[in-house]
Design a protein around this ligand. Structure first.
Ligand SMILES: [Zn+2]
Length: 289
């Protein structure tokens, strides 16, 4: 993988661990730090502008070429990690280079102080030139910082260190602490959000239960309405049959009455025809009188 990012530093030894930590993805930085602390990084060539290194992974080794030119930091690694702008191997190579530069610097300072023996009465050695003082300040700070971390308190102020590996370590610790606090705050927020969602889910389940109960009631209502309708239909059919039978009876009765009237009328006509003319005259008088 080959990546390139803008870089304001003029030399590779100015890319301190805290600068790298701010630029690299957190997982890549942590893995790179792990490679460094387990001595898996080998610097093959290095100067102010170029680093050629090799990192041994669990099973294979990867080669890095890191170049600083024209305001860009170009990193190349033989791995296929998609992490940008640095893979863990390039992080490890830059950290190892920084450690190598710091160690070389401390060695030369130590040699200089041995060569120029202080003259008695010249006063204390200037603070910035004493690695022992730096180490003491660092150890004191680390002790207090460790206690603060155990008690979940704020970290102490940065000790008065010169730029270099010790200062980078204190800065990295502060940055890690800051990230950890931010993550804790995020976790608390996520937990509270989760609790709110749980509550919401519970209330939704309750609502669903209520709706189900209403539906069940409606289903029972529909069932009883259906049976009522069936009963009404049966009664309607029975009434219709009774009505038909009544009408039939009535028609038969009227027919029989009509037939009997017809028979009577026929009898009367026959009797009238059988009467003599005298009888008819008498009958007319009697009717008139
Ligand atoms: Zn890599």
């Amino acid at each position: 993988m080959r990546n390139s990012i803008e870089c304001t530093e003029q030399k590779l030894d100015q890319i301190y661990p805290y600068v790298l930590q701010a630029a690299a993805p957190a997982p890549a930085f942590e893995v790179g730090l792990h490679y460094l602390s387990t001595d898996r990084v080998k610097i093959l060539e290095a100067d102010d502008q170029t680093i050629v290194a090799e990192v041994l992974d669990d099973s294979s080794s990867f080669q890095q070429r890191i170049i600083l030119e024209n305001g860009s930091l170009i990193t190349e690694c033989s791995c296929s990690s998609p992490e940008l702008p640095f893979c863990p191997h390039c992080v490890a190579a830059l950290l190892a280079f920084q450690r190598q530069v710091t160690a070389a610097g401390q060695q030369s300072v130590s040699e200089e102080t041995t060569d120029t023996k202080p003259v008695e009465g010249d006063g204390p050695v200037p603070a910035g030139t004493s690695p022992l003082r730096e180490l003491t300040l660092f150890m004191e700070w680390l002790h207090v910082a460790g206690k603060a971390l155990q008690g979940d308190d704020a970290l102490p102020q940065q000790p008065d260190l010169n730029p270099g590996e010790l200062m980078s370590i204190t800065e990295s610790i502060q940055m890690l602490h800051h990230h950890s606090q931010r993550n804790s705050a995020r976790q608390v927020a996520q937990e509270s959000e989760l609790a709110a969602r749980d509550k919401q889910l519970e209330s939704s389940v309750q609502e669903v239960k209520e709706v189900y109960a209403v539906c069940e009631g409606l289903r029972q209502d529909v069932t009883s309405l259906r049976s009522l309708l069936a009963r009404i239909a049966r009664e309607r059919d029975q009434s219709a049959e009774q009505l038909t039978s009544l009408v039939d009876d009535l028609i038969l009765k009227k027919q029989s009455e009509l037939e009997s009237l017809t028979t009577s009328r026929h009898g009367i006509s026959t009797a009238l025809e059988a009467l003599t003319p005298i009888d008819s005259q008498l009958l007319l008088e009697a009717t008139a009188g």
